[in-house]
Design a protein. Structure first.
Length: 208
């Protein structure tokens, strides 16, 4: 299992298990200070973990060099790529057997990994470099994607396909949502409603 997949499995499993917690139990995982329900996240690049961060800690790491190669703040950016075009033939060339996936670039070597959620967790596929180069050439906004902490999230088929630049914490929430709501062979109505709510929230965030 790669470091990236281990990070996602660990973070999404915790999210899927967690129920509502008392306010006093919510603590920043960096300083142990009080943590509001709405908070930022930091990626621990050495341990490959996603950490909940209070506002003071978020501000501390709100610069690229601030974490010293150890911590990196997950951006709040949620940008819908309205001009994104990827037809079914191009999607098939990525060798992804599902209609939803997210793509993350590793900071160490720049390699892009494609991951997709399933009822068992995540499955990953490392893209051939030329495939990603083709995507980036067609969609220059992808060059803005920050290594380790942002992802290209793609959902849908054909002309209905939507694409977003989001923080990786949104992708972890998506993995946890699929695991928690999947029913039967194909996912079921409960999962469909949960996914509709997830993407409706992304659309609202992108409009702010």
């Amino acid at each position: 299992m790669s470091a990236l997949r281990a990070l996602i499995e660990r973070s999404s499993a915790v999210a899927a298990r967690a129920g509502p917690a008392p306010a006093e139990a919510e603590r920043c995982e960096l300083c142990a200070g009080p943590l509001p329900s709405e908070h930022r996240h930091v990626v621990d690049l050495r341990q490959r973990r996603l950490l909940c961060a209070c506002r003071p800690c978020s501000l501390l790491f709100d610069r690229d060099a601030a974490g010293g190669g150890h911590y990196r703040l997950v951006p709040e950016r949620c940008m819908r790529l309205d001009g994104f075009r990827l037809d079914d033939v191009q999607w098939a060339a990525l060798e992804l057997p599902v209609a939803m996936a997210f793509f993350v670039r590793a900071g160490e070597d720049g390699r892009v990994t494609a991951l997709y959620p399933s009822p068992a967790g995540v499955t990953e596929s490392q893209l051939a470099l030329e495939r990603w180069d083709e995507l980036e050439a067609a969609h220059p906004a992808l060059a803005q994607m920050r290594p380790d902490v942002e992802a290209l999230l793609v959902d849908g088929v054909g002309e209905a396909r939507e694409a977003w630049l989001v923080g990786v914490d949104a992708c972890y929430r998506l993995v946890a949502l699929v695991r928690a709501n999947w029913r039967g062979f194909s996912g079921g109505e409960q999962l469909r409603r949960a996914l509709d709510g997830f993407f409706d929230d992304l659309r609202l965030r992108a409009e702010r």
